[in-house]
Design a protein around this ligand. Sequence first.
Ligand code: AMP
Ligand code: MG
Length: 328
Amino acid sequence: MVTLGIESTAHTASVGIVDREAKVLSLASDMYRPAKGGIHPREAANHHVEVLPGLVGQALDASGTAPGDLDAIAFAQGPGLGPCLRAGATVARMLSLAWDRPLVPVNHCVAHVEIARVLSGFDDPMLLYASGGNTQVIAYARGRYRVLGETLDIGIGNFLDKLWIELGGTFPGGPALEIEARSGSELLDLPYSVHGMDVAFSGILTAALALHARGARRADLAYSIEVTTYAMLTEITERALAHRRRATVVLGGGVACNERLRNMVRAMVEERGGSMFAPPRSLCVDNGAMIAWTGHLARTAGRSVPVEGSAVEPRQRTDLVPTPWRAN
Ligand code: AMP
Ligand code: MG
């Protein structure tokens, strides 16, 4: 038996099917790309409504499973953009009713932890979650996943995207900036914005654009931005490890695709005698498979909801979500 998961919190509409051993049987995704500027929630939601039914069909076909093989239908309940979440939840409710399968709500951030946890084989890792909208260090403690540190303003991915667009590029900025950074050599002076366990990016954006206006090379800017902001993330992850006495770190989120970030975090963790694991890139970015796997864990622990109780929660807090499967 298998679980189907639907992800639609932001840009990405995705449907994944996983079996009870966390084997990803299929993953079908389609990303909304704004013609210009950042994400427009209503337009992204329209995109998701259009593509999701087709993605469900593709995922079922590619996995070789039929609706009767499904243990449950899981969907991302939050956090995310309201219209986008509602698009995914509506499809999940419809499938649950049509195929008479349990409906399981899943927290998006917890799903990033759980897919990385099962793939890593680590029992109780710390998650550095670096994505478009989110930047958090998360660990399990006393019955819940806790946010130990986070961004005080925008997510690091949104920051990279904004910067890249201001420098004349197009969305998404992170991957392009990574390539540009490879030909940078001079480390420019940028604010290093760590506040206790938290980080902030908007001041760095302003400073970087000021350097750009004064003629700094784009490659040096890209290089300096990566080195500075990834050092900030590595620092708060290290402090969280020391504080919680953990030795293992897993990565999640689109920015965790970045080679420099992976190398910096790995170096820090290994220097402390621990280990780091980064999932394959298709499972770092937003994806339906992580929702399916976490849905499987939740349903196995007895958690499902009736359609009337399946409202989306755009501001759902990670540390308020019950995780009964971790109790045993
Ligand atoms: P997510 O929100 O998890 O789907 O991730 C999307 C974000 O990841 C966007 O802001 C991208 O710019 C960013 N991203 C994707 N690949 C990379 C990369 N190789 N380096 C840095 N950022 C990246
Ligand atoms: Mg995400």
